[in-house]
Ligand binder design. Structure first.
Ligand code: FPP
Length: 254
């Protein structure tokens, strides 16, 4: 087990008063660093992604153990098509394998699976697996696991805006009636709580087009650990740091 130090940046400001805040309910994770993890071990990048699936399994267990209601993970972005075709195929195969091998267990664990993202461009068998996983687990009431796949925050907002524009063209909606909640309800992530906390592993400090709309007020934490080394303790420590944060949502605080 890796014992890399946990470094959470930027500074975690203590919440006002002496109590810690509750939550988070919904944690979202940019699972970064698979490629570098593999390279450091003289292995092909695909090995890093495979180890990343193991880390995802551990993260789901950790979220259930720590009582979170929702986990969203960034598993393939609309920009990841720029990677070599072999790597794109590896990531598609990993989604296939994950759904085939883990679906029944997750269902038994009462996990609800959702897979937000652009469906166009996905192979028919992947579409079928996605449909199957979402339908089978739709009524589960435990952890909601959102596997963002072929997902991009800008593409999501464009798709939502397009849906509303079509409704306007059909005469079902007036432009002046469009508000934030209506656009939010038109997104691929509609029905999810806004993430309270977005984590990114591997030390990079950017959002890379993840949850641009719903993450507007999320707390951000950047962890030095590579995703394949992610353990229960990393999530537990991030949650602890989150509870010391002062969230103001544009107001003046508590
Ligand atoms: C970023 O690391 C990671 C990804 C682009 C893919 C994340 C995918 C997984 C963890 C496994 C897939 C799981 C499912 C269920 C499909 P990187 O490759 O950019 O790492 P690097 O920055 O070190 O090169």
């Amino acid at each position: 087990m890796s014992q890399a130090p946990i470094s959470i940046q930027p500074g975690a400001a203590p919440a006002k008063g002496d109590g810690l805040r509750a939550g988070p309910e919904h944690v979202a994770i940019i699972m970064d660093g698979n490629g570098r993890w593999a390279k450091a071990r003289g292995q092909p990048r695909a090995m890093g992604h495979r180890a990343g699936v193991e880390a995802l399994r551990r993260a789901v267990e950790a979220c259930r153990d720590l009582g979170l209601s929702e986990l969203t993970v960034f598993s393939f972005s609309t920009e990841n098509w720029k990677r070599p075709p072999q790597e794109v195929e590896t990531l598609f195969d990993l989604l296939r394998m994950f759904v085939r091998s883990d679906l029944q267990r997750l269902h038994r664990q009462n996990v609800r699976i959702r897979i937000p993202g652009e469906r166009e461009g996905l192979a028919a068998d992947i579409l079928q697996l996605i449909e199957e996983a979402v339908a089978l687990t739709a009524s589960n009431s435990g952890l909601t696991l959102n596997i963002a796949f072929n997902y991009g925050g800008r593409a999501e907002i464009v798709a939502g805006a397009r849906r509303l524009a079509l409704a306007v063209r059909e005469g079902q909606l007036r432009p002046e009636d469009i508000d934030e909640s209506m656009l939010g309800a038109s997104l691929w992530t509609a029905g999810s709580r806004e993430p309270d906390l977005i984590l990114r592993t591997s030390g990079e400090q950017r959002l890379s087009n993840f949850l641009l709309w719903s993450g507007a007020y999320a707390e951000l934490m950047f962890l030095e650990v590579s995703w394949p080394d992610f353990e229960h303790r990393h999530l537990a420590e991030a949650i602890e740091a989150y509870r010391r944060r002062d969230r103001r949502f544009g107001g003046v605080g508590e």
